[in-house]
Design a binder for this molecule. Structure first.
Ligand SMILES: [Zn+2]
Ligand SMILES: [Zn+2]
Length: 331
């Protein structure tokens, strides 16, 4: 089972020109997936967490691979490796199956792969190697939010995960900003303390003001941008208090810009963290997080509608039209 990610939609729409990024076409895209092991390479008997791995087991995996030898990797920052390979190859070249929207997927030697426990459904884990893992790694990256006030910009899939993750990490107060009633309601169910409805607080100034009111005019300790629009950034930075940390995950499309006042970062001693991939230990943490919290949050409300692979175009259209939150494809 594979799911459609916001970044797949960007590619589908043409916001991200993958040919211009040097990736060969035609290619199979899709990077969020779970599946059963069809065959194991020679000598492979365990997953990356050291658990026994056999044909038929369900797995999740890294859809990117750090080079392991550049200065960034040597510094231990593999998630920031600029050579991180996305496994997109021409479909006519070995190993052929390098995208999730297909019957098979080839996982290269040495790649991080973790067995899925039986208590987690395919629907729950299919998007785990992207959205949830990036959120968990991102919150690891900005440091402890224990006892802090966290603002989540955007209550789409990433924002909902971020709400539950910051709750589980011990945030004192979580404020979620969105303009869609069902999403705000979902955020509440996933642990939000306060909601800022964009239909009520219509301008960035009004929303910043609302955060200030809710924080006794100190501002938030941490803000996570999970909207994916550049204009959310100046607004989010203004929601931060002095010394605050800004987690930037949402904006993935090159060439989209916004204007910020850099003095607000300097004078407010604010830090911005950009996160696109995650660490080698994150997948296991994500699986453990779901096993531990699946009865605490209504994850079933995030479950996707499923489509056969033949109807993948309809799945993309439905997700684009927001008829489904996250479409799932079954080959
Ligand atoms: Zn994704
Ligand atoms: Zn590297």
């Amino acid at each position: 089972m594979s799911t459609i990610c916001g970044s797949d939609l960007h590619i589908w729409r043409g916001d991200v020109d993958i040919a211009a990024l040097g990736l060969p076409l035609p290619a199979i895209i899709g990077h969020e997936m779970t599946g059963r092991v069809a065959a194991l390479g020679e000598g492979v008997s365990t997953d990356s967490a050291g658990q026994p791995l056999a044909v038929g087991d369900r797995v999740v995996y890294h859809f990117f691979k750090p080079c392991g030898r550049c200065p960034v990797c040597l510094r231990g920052e593999e998630a920031a490796c600029s050579m991180n390979q996305l496994f997109i190859f021409p479909i006519d070249a070995f190993p052929h199956f390098t995208g999730a929207y297909a019957e098979y997927y080839y996982l290269p030697p040495g790649q991080t792969v973790v067995k899925v426990p039986d208590d987690l459904s395919d629907e729950l884990v299919a998007p785990l190697n992207c959205a949830l893992s990036e959120v968990i790694y991102g919150f690891d990256k900005i440091g402890s939010v224990f006892g802090e006030t966290v603002v989540i910009q955007g209550a789409g899939g990433l924002g909902i995960y971020a709400t539950a993750v910051s709750r589980e990490m011990g945030a004192d107060r979580i404020i979620v900003v969105d303009g869609v009633a069902e999403r705000l309601e979902l955020a509440k169910a996933f642990g939000a303390d306060e909601l800022i409805d964009m239909r009520e607080h219509r301008t960035p100034e009004e929303r910043v003001q609302r955060v200030m009111e809710l924080t006794g005019y100190r501002g938030a300790d941490a803000v996570a941008e999970l909207v994916g629009l550049p204009q959310a950034i100046p607004e989010g930075l203004d929601m931060l208090g002095s010394g605050g940390r800004y987690l930037e995950i949402g904006n993935v499309s090159p060439g989209m810009t916004t204007t910020i006042d850099p003095s607000s970062i300097v004078r407010g001693s604010k830090t911005i963290y950009g996160v696109v991939y995650y660490g080698r230990d994150t997948l296991k943490k994500s699986l453990d997080f779901l096993s531990r919290t699946k009865d605490r949050y209504p994850f079933e409300r995030l479950l996707s509608r499923t489509y056969p692979l033949e109807e993948i175009n309809r799945a993309f259209e439905d997700q684009e039209e927001k008829l489904v939150a996250r479409a799932a494809i079954i080959p």
